[in-house]
Design a binder for this molecule. Structure first.
Ligand code: TXA
Ligand code: MG
Length: 318
């Protein structure tokens, strides 16, 4: 049996040195980002990348994001084009992932791209992760640090709970400020296309590059976007007016709190950023206390798109 994961402060230089040494040796490290915690490995090391899939129980056809420390490294990995450069300059470091055609000399392992000729790249707003990438001088592959299909981790403790002894070291920078994963935009075609709503709103992106292409039926098309995902053990009932007997309540916005024993509000003032930051931890808490959760309607605007996307997948039958 492996020892359990050690949680150490992400701003402790000795912990960062140890993390860099583990990564250089092909091992996995739990890392904080502004969106969710990631499970990082050297993206250029096929065996290291393979161990990410094994630790998460992730299907091999689901490609990973290569994290970079800036635009220069991104341009060694993918063709960004004009729209890609504009988006990177507007939102990096931050919760935006760009999918582009991979450069012929890209050192990223084929396992990370699941054999696609495109690659997903992001510069996270995380000092620890940016530092590790610069020190190693390599991109880091990092999916969310949860068992595949389950709720995403927004604290170091969530990572330890979900992955246990499958990771040696977790760097702790507190709760993730954004709380939902990055927005994914495919810039490999003529018009940038939304693949996953996330921490940067579609409205903000469209202010930079104009209207995004969407799938006709409104579905998102990143290969790993399975209908059931982010799944708690409890069943979820969405767009509820009020809880029914026996249900826990996940509210949003002002108004009377329902008279039930178990109730949380994502944002009593109705702020979508606050609701996104609390979403996964609220679901975790209610999931530990109830088998049925009713969820108030969330407006389909701004970060509401990402919140509703996660809720729909969390509620999907599996
Ligand atoms: O905020 C985030 O993006 C977090 C943090 C850790 O950076 N990462 C994250 O990774 O959410 P993951 O693996 O949980 O989700 C990555 C998504 C998957 O849906 C995958 O299918 C999609 O990105 N993806 C990766 N490469 C792709 C590609 N070449 N084309 C289309 N989608 C891709
Ligand atoms: Mg994930």
């Amino acid at each position: 049996m492996n020892p359990p994961a050690r949680i150490r402060a992400a701003d402790d230089p000795a912990a960062l040195d140890d993390a860099a040494a583990l990564l250089a040796g092909g091992r996995l490290v739990g890392v904080p980002t502004e969106t969710v915690y990631g499970l990082a490995a050297d993206a250029t090391n096929g065996e290291a990348v393979a161990s990410i899939f094994a630790a998460k129980g992730r299907p091999r056809f689901n490609p990973l994001i290569a994290h970079v420390d800036g635009l220069d490294r991104a341009q060694t990995l993918i063709e960004l084009g004009e729209a890609g450069v504009q988006l990177a300059e507007a939102f990096w470091p931050g919760p935006l992932t760009l999918v582009g055609r991979q450069m012929p000399a890209s050192p990223v392992s084929d396992l990370a791209t699941a054999g696609l000729d495109t690659l997903a790249v992001r510069h996270p707003r995380s000092e620890a992760m940016t530092r590790l990438i610069s020190v190693l001088d390599r991109p880091l592959a990092a999916p969310s640090a949860n068992p595949s299909g389950r709720l995403s981790p927004t604290t170091a403790e969530d990572v330890a709970t979900g992955l246990g002894d499958k990771v040696r070291l977790i760097l702790d920078a507190g709760a993730c400020p954004v709380g939902v994963e990055s927005t994914i935009v495919d810039i490999s075609g003529d018009t940038p296309r939304l693949l996953r709503p996330g921490g940067v709103s579609v409205e903000a992106i469209e202010r930079i590059v104009g209207p995004l292409d969407h799938a006709d039926d409104g579905s998102v098309t990143a290969p790993g976007m399975l209908v059931s995902h982010y799944a708690p053990n409890a069943t979820l009932r969405l767009n509820a007016d009020a809880p029914q007997p026996g249900e826990a309540w996940l509210g949003f916005g002002p108004g009377l709190e329902p008279k039930v024993d178990i109730s949380l509000n994502l944002s009593t003032q109705g702020f979508l950023e606050e609701a996104a930051a609390r979403l996964f931890s609220a679901l975790r808490e209610l999931d530990s206390r109830s088998t049925r959760i009713a969820v108030a309607p969330i407006p389909e605007t701004g970060l509401g798109l990402a919140i509703n996307d996660r809720l729909k997948r969390a509620a999907a039958p599996r």
